[in-house]
Design a protein around this ligand. Structure first.
Ligand SMILES: NC(=O)C1=CN([C@@H]2O[C@H](COP(=O)(O)OP(=O)(O)OC[C@H]3O[C@@H](n4cnc5c(N)ncnc54)[C@H](OP(=O)(O)O)[C@@H]3O)[C@@H](O)[C@H]2O)[C@@H](O)CC1
Ligand SMILES: Nc1ncnc2c1ncn2[C@@H]1O[C@H](COP(=O)(O)OP(=O)(O)O)[C@@H](O)[C@H]1O
Ligand SMILES: [K+]
Length: 485
């Protein structure tokens, strides 16, 4: 946005005009959502976020509302557009430390926005807590003050906003947790920067929507046969822990792989056969049996990890599959905790590997990145993808998907009830099905995470991973279905 602002100024757009549009949008939101407010309390920092709040204060007062303005510091320190806003607005103001939060207030939060660079002071933190304790509605300008727009992390303390009004486009802090929750309802307002300028700086970082991958979705040819829809292999562990791989395999079939074969130790076959119908079974007990199997080049994607156990065998099997498309999940990831470099070296060249760690698994492969608190989730996923030459699905409620030297997507459609045993196994199977159908790894991963979120919403609160399997829906193929679920 800094670059967008700069180009907007170069193209002759008045930056003060943008601030006026921003402030008016905030005032409009306040009046629309809180017509019953006793007074609007505008808290203004000394940057442009405070400038937006001053414009909002003037607009609210102009509409007849009762308004109070509190400034964080000496107004002589206002510069640029914020100074211009201060000069243009003739509402009485008081120092921030004199504000006593009162029931009936609606707080317009213009303390810090994109310029937040360090933890908020203890005084400001105490004020934020009082406002939260009184459950006063807060309308945040751009971001709830205290939330870091780059990482979604809280620097010291933050407001919990009911509404956040941001401008032109979402920033990472609006999507990553805890920022996303602290924003409340997010409104993205066009304040008049031409779309061509915004898109010219569209970063490689985007929200995960169908726009990212719909062109890669396979259109079913009426004459297709099952081999044209891909043949996915899912590895099972020993019988007692084979449920996880069964869920991956079932998900793979539901997600559109033409054939799914489960590969398992002979001892597990009776258990698996009792449970599986459309999924084929094949015994593999030794490395030789695996090499025989993979001679069949129609097997075009593999999932290894869910319920697999056996770290030694996992490492050997993965080495044998290093020229194939592989989703490595769960125990498959943990198997490389002592020598992640071996895994990364095996998958050099064109990207073939998709890693699906949750935070715990991530820290086993990338302990230094997990321990570095200066890194955002986006930074961690980005560096991990470069280091491993894999697509990384760094799971959680704000799953981040990254590819080596390339794009990063933040997923925002997952309901919290996806946090249930087996849900990750289902995701691994969907990614495997997409790879088997020939989608490139990043598109396979992003579309799978999105589809998993849609299925979770469809299955509803209280779902189990079994319900989730039945809720897997086709992927949208047309731009008309780009709407978020
Ligand atoms: N196109 C757009 O999107 C548009 C955006 N606009 C708006 O501009 C906003 C960004 O404005 P901004 O750059 O002036 O930064 P802002 O957030 O007001 O911070 C101000 C200063 O606070 C300080 N500071 C930092 N941390 C601190 C701390 N913990 N405790 C105390 N002080 C701290 C730090 O200064 P320092 O003290 O470090 O010198 C910092 O520079 C953006 O969020 C949006 O609302 C619109 O006007 C129109 C178009
Ligand atoms: N709070 C949450 N909100 C939304 N999605 C979540 C949440 N917690 C976990 N998930 C998702 O649920 C899945 C859990 O995967 P994982 O931790 O591997 O579970 P399991 O091993 O039991 O299958 C991941 O896709 C993750 O992104
Ligand atoms: K703010």
């Amino acid at each position: 946005m800094v670059k967008v602002d700069r180009d907007a100024a170069v193209s002759g757009i008045s930056s003060f005009g943008l601030m006026r549009a921003a402030g008016h949008a905030v005032a409009a939101s306040a009046l629309r959502h809180y017509p019953e407010a006793t007074r609007f309390v505008c808290l203004c920092g000394l940057g442009n976020n405070g400038g937006d709040a001053l414009i909002a204060a003037a607009a609210l007062a102009g509409s007849g509302a009762r308004v109070a303005v509190y400034l964080m510091g000496d107004p002589a320190r206002f510069t640029g557009d914020a100074a211009r806003a201060f000069a243009a607005v003739s509402i009485p103001h008081q120092p921030l430390d004199t504000y006593v939060p009162t029931i009936g207030d609606v707080v317009i939060d213009g303390l810090f926005g994109a310029g937040l660079s360090r933890a908020v002071s203890s005084d400001v933190a105490a004020l934020m807590r009082t406002v939260t304790d009184l459950t006063l509605p807060v309308i945040a300008i751009d971001l709830p003050s205290g939330v870091d727009g780059r990482s979604g992390q809280v620097l010291g303390e933050s407001f919990q906003a009911a509404q956040t009004v941001t401008f032109m486009t979402r920033k990472p802090g609006h999507l990553l947790l805890p920022g996303r929750t602290l924003c409340g309802v997010l409104q993205v307002i066009n304040i008049g920067i031409p779309a061509r300028i915004v898109t010219s700086h569209r970063a490689s970082l985007v929200e995960n929507t169908a726009a990212l991958w719909h062109k890669a979705v396979q259109v079913l040819d009426p004459a297709a046969h099952k081999y044209r829809r891909g043949h996915l292999i899912v590895f099972s562990g020993a019988a007692p822990s084979s449920g996880a791989a069964r869920m991956s395999a079932t998900a793979g079939l539901s997600a559109g792989a033409g054939l799914v074969t489960m590969v398992a130790p002979t001892e597990a076959l009776p258990t698996l056969a009792a449970h599986l119908t459309a999924i084929m079974l094949r015994p593999v007990d030794t490395d030789e049996m695996l090499s025989d199997l993979v001679k069949d080049t129609r097997l075009n994607a593999f999932v290894l990890g869910p319920g697999f156990g056996a770290p030694d065998r996992a490492r050997r099997y993965v080495a044998a599959l290093s020229d194939r498309s592989l989703v490595l999940d769960a125990d498959g990831i943990t198997a490389f905790r002592d020598d992640p470099q071996f895994l990364f070296a095996a998958f050099r060249g064109p990207v073939r590997l998709v890693l699906t760690p949750h935070d715990g698994e991530f820290s086993r492969l990338f302990p230094d990145l997990a321990a570095d608190t200066a890194l955002s989730k986006i930074d961690r996923a980005t560096i991990a993808a470069e280091r491993s030459n894999a697509v990384i699905i760094l799971k959680g409620s704000d799953t981040v998907i990254s590819e080596p030297n390339g794009r990063v997507a933040i997923n925002a459609n997952a309901p919290p009830w996806l946090a249930t045993a087996g849900s990750g196994d289902v995701l691994a199977g969907i990614v495997g099905a997409h790879l088997a159908q020939g989608m490139p790894p990043f598109e396979a991963a992003t579309s799978a995470v999105w589809r998993h979120g849609v299925a979770g919403n469809k299955a509803g609160e209280g779902m189990t991973a079994e319900n989730l399997l039945r809720a897997i829906r086709p992927l949208p193929r047309m731009p008309s279905s780009l709407a978020r679920p």
